[in-house]
Design a protein around this ligand. Structure first.
Ligand code: COI
Length: 356
């Protein structure tokens, strides 16, 4: 793939934040972006690394009306030795291609896109923050851009990648959050797009999150749409439970996002010799387990927050504390090990990390 290149001049370059403390997640962007277009009969073309800036889209662009799109989230880290690395980037682009199949978007050539992403990251290497727990969040996105407001498969698309230096996703950092079980709303339905990383899933979650926040909770716990009984996700993350010393997460049913951090937690747990299972988990089992002491830890997993301990669950107006309300030892072990691998502090037995 031929990639055109137009960098900002020295005078136009922005200065990355001196410290990430106080910078809200995803509000600052680096100097450059990658864009390419797709058109029926032509495939991907017009690949270009260029200064970060506004897109030119007609108001009739299909994505603005029918949300035919997909996005991804991955991170570049500065290791303790000063090297810049990515964590399992191919998994993100494989998932993007799976989302594309569901959303009728064109697929990407994973190796070509990864090579170009690395070029962009080398150009904007000064934007990879170095303070503990910080990283450069990478947001690849595909949008349907045909100028038409009849509902159909678009014949034109735009792919872009933008970069945002970030600190912790939640202002609480790695501290237990209070979660409200959503009784009123569901995130995704069987046969729908829950497993796809597409904007509509996130749009559908905003009202529930807003209402939970008004009641003093950080996020909502999503139950299945049919029986309103089986646990699916927490906020925009996958969820894990420690039940009688076993790591349990809801099995992928089609309405759950197959998280890369989720997959890594499962693989790490097995590697440590822990019992790990993917199965249906009902809210009743968890509430009973919290009361009788068989459920000792709960945490969310995702790229943005990595591992997020749950301290309190609220269901039907009743609050239940998880363990003693503090972060549990297994939750901490996953957090330390995953971030240890990402920042090059501990051995990477799976070769998950790749240099830029
Ligand atoms: C991520 O965890 O990377 C996500 O894509 C969630 C998003 C709401 C930041």
């Amino acid at each position: 793939m031929e990639v055109k290149f137009s960098a900002r001049s020295a005078e136009q370059l922005k200065i990355p934040p001196a410290s990430m403390s106080g910078v809200i997640f995803g509000t600052v962007f680096s100097d450059h972006m990658f864009c390419m277009e797709w058109e029926e009969g032509k495939g991907w073309h017009n690949a270009e690394i260029k200064p970060y800036g506004p897109l030119m889209l007609e108001p009739s662009s299909m994505v603005l009306h029918y949300a035919q799109m997909s996005f991804e989230g991955l991170k570049a880290y500065q290791t303790d030795s000063g090297e810049h690395v990515l964590f399992r980037p191919r998994e993100n682009f494989k998932r993007m291609n799976r989302t594309s199949l569901r959303m009728c978007l064109p697929e990407l050539d994973i190796e070509e896109v990864l090579t170009t992403l690395k070029k962009l990251l080398r150009l904007d290497s000064g934007w990879v923050p170095y303070e503990a727990g910080t990283s450069l969040y990478i947001r690849p996105t595909i949008l349907a851009t045909e100028e038409a407001i009849g509902l159909k498969v678009s014949s034109k698309y735009l792919f872009f990648i933008i970069l945002s230096p970030v600190g912790p996703y939640y202002p609480q950092g790695f501290n237990p959050v209070k979660i409200m079980v959503s009784e009123k709303y569901v995130r995704a339905v069987p046969g729908g797009v829950g497993y796809a990383k597409t904007g509509g899933n996130y749009a559908a979650s905003i009202l529930a999150e807003k209402e939970a926040k008004e009641l003093g909770y950080t996020q909502v716990l999503w139950l299945d749409a049919v029986e309103r009984r089986y646990i699916e996700e927490v906020g925009s993350m996958n969820i894990f439970f420690l039940i009688n010393e076993e790591i349990v997460t809801p099995q992928l049913t089609g309405s759950i996002l197959p998280g890369i951090t989720r997959m890594s937690v499962l693989e790490l747990g097995k590697h440590w010799g822990l019992k790990v299972s993917e199965r249906r988990v009902s809210i009743d089992e968890i509430l009973k387990g919290l009361k009788d002491g068989s459920v000792t830890e709960i945490f969310g997993s995702g790229t943005a927050a990595v591992i997020s301990p749950v301290g309190v669950l609220s269901y039907k107006g009743e609050e239940c504390q998880v363990g003693n309300g503090e972060t549990g030892p297994i939750t901490s072990r996953f957090y330390e090990q995953l971030t240890g691998i990402q920042y090059g502090k501990v051995a990477d037995p799976f070769d998950w990390v790749e240099s830029i």
